[in-house]
Design a protein around this ligand. Structure first.
Ligand SMILES: [Zn+2]
Length: 382
């Protein structure tokens, strides 16, 4: 089946949601998720659930509470509203949700995450943790032995994160920000309707697409990523770049479609691909500043990579910020000061696979403590 599936390249870019809803597979990487492109996502997911599941339980971003489009989901009884704008999901949020699910008289047969990356990740983490005995913090890491949990479906209301496909649930724990990386954390169904992003705030729309751009960009530069992932990333990079070259103040259907297509490519490319330097640097910043959103952390990091990503990543980042009238984000606005440099350096130095992704096997010839310290010193001084 692979040959046939790797064929359909030069996909015709859908111009509007009608065309998008007819789109078939537009990515090359093998993924576990069934992607349903839709022009009426809320009705479609309810219809599919009614056909395939008995007891869905919804995990919904509470910012959607005021939006009539989500009324049919919000009026459901089995639901949990997550305050996604207050914090990225924490391990304690997962533990509380798992406890709530376990206390239900009838265990749900599917958890449905409705929202942006954080809300989807919370649903993914709770789905898998529900079948495993330890706390979520004990499962942060790679390839840990975990049983398959409750089935996970998602309905993204912000596109760009790729969380609708990835087998990763990024969590803030008591000690570190790190994902539960496990195949059982991948959603089995993702219903994608670009129009559901209509109510997103400009800031969220902009920064989520920036992170999408960084993922694609870094994977295209990677020395350790699979060929299909790099090919997916190239297409995603072009689309994210087109979206970010416009002022994103208002919703635009054509851009929403491009963003949805780029986001799925972001999910697929990160399954077979690996990001690089800006992401490695961003994890040190994130660990030093609990309130700093991931996408802003990577932007700050990319702005410190003028020498490393001088062939476009840096210059485009500056350009996208200017087009959108966004000030350059500063680490100091999130409480990061020179006293954090040591701890941030240790975190970033531990991201071996990301350094290897960019510099190859002998990355240690270039990257050491001093190299990373200099980057952080530049960041805290700017
Ligand atoms: Zn990222």
């Amino acid at each position: 089946m692979t040959d046939l599936h790797k064929m359909p390249k030069e996909p015709k870019m859908p111009k509007n949601i009608e065309e998008f809803a007819k789109s078939k597979r537009w990515w090359r990487t093998e993924i576990q998720t069934e992607v349903v492109a839709s022009r009426d996502g809320v009705s479609e997911i309810l219809k599919l659930l009614a056909m395939k599941k008995e007891r869905p339980f919804f995990v919904i971003d509470d910012a959607l509470a005021g939006q009539p489009a989500f009324g049919p989901l919000l009026e459901r009884e089995g639901k949990f509203l997550f305050a996604a704008s207050v914090s990225e999901p924490r391990t304690c949020d997962v533990d509380a949700l798992v406890e709530l699910i376990r206390s239900l008289k009838n265990a749900p047969d599917v958890l449905v995450g409705v929202g942006g990356g954080g809300t989807m990740d919370l649903a993914k983490a709770a789905g898998i943790c529900a079948a495993n005995p330890k706390t979520a913090a004990e499962y942060q890491g790679y390839g840990l032995d975990m049983k398959r949990g409750t089935d996970i479906w998602v309905l993204p209301t912000l596109t760009g994160t790729g969380a609708e496909l990835t087998p990763i649930a990024v969590l803030r724990g008591p000690e570190k920000k790190l994902g539960i990386n496990n195949n059982h954390a991948a959603p089995s169904v993702a219903v994608i309707d670009p129009a559901l992003t209509k109510g997103a705030k400009k800031l969220n729309r902009f920064y989520t697409m920036m992170d999408c751009f960084f993922h694609h960009y870094e994977i295209t530069k990677s020395k350790t990523s699979a060929e299909e992932a790099i090919a997916d990333a190239r297409e995603g990079l072009a689309l994210a770049g087109e979206v970010l070259s416009s002022d994103l103040s208002s919703y635009c259907e054509e851009r929403a479609v491009k963003s949805a297509v780029a986001s799925v490519l972001g999910g697929s490319s990160s399954i077979g691909g690996r990001v690089g330097v800006a992401h490695a640097i961003s994890y040190g910043l994130s660990n030093a500043a609990p309130k700093l959103p991931h996408s802003v952390a990577v932007t700050i990091s990319m702005l410190a990579c003028a020498d490393i990503y001088g062939d476009g990543g840096y210059a485009d980042t500056v350009r996208f910020l200017e087009i959108n009238g966004m000030p350059r984000p500063k680490a100091s606005d999130y409480g990061i000061d020179p006293s954090c440099v040591g701890k941030m350096t240790a975190t970033a130095l531990g991201m071996e696979k990301l350094w290897q992704s960019h510099y190859g096997e002998d990355w240690r010839n270039t990257v050491d403590e001093k190299f990373i310290q200099e980057i952080y010193k530049g960041i805290v001084a700017s």
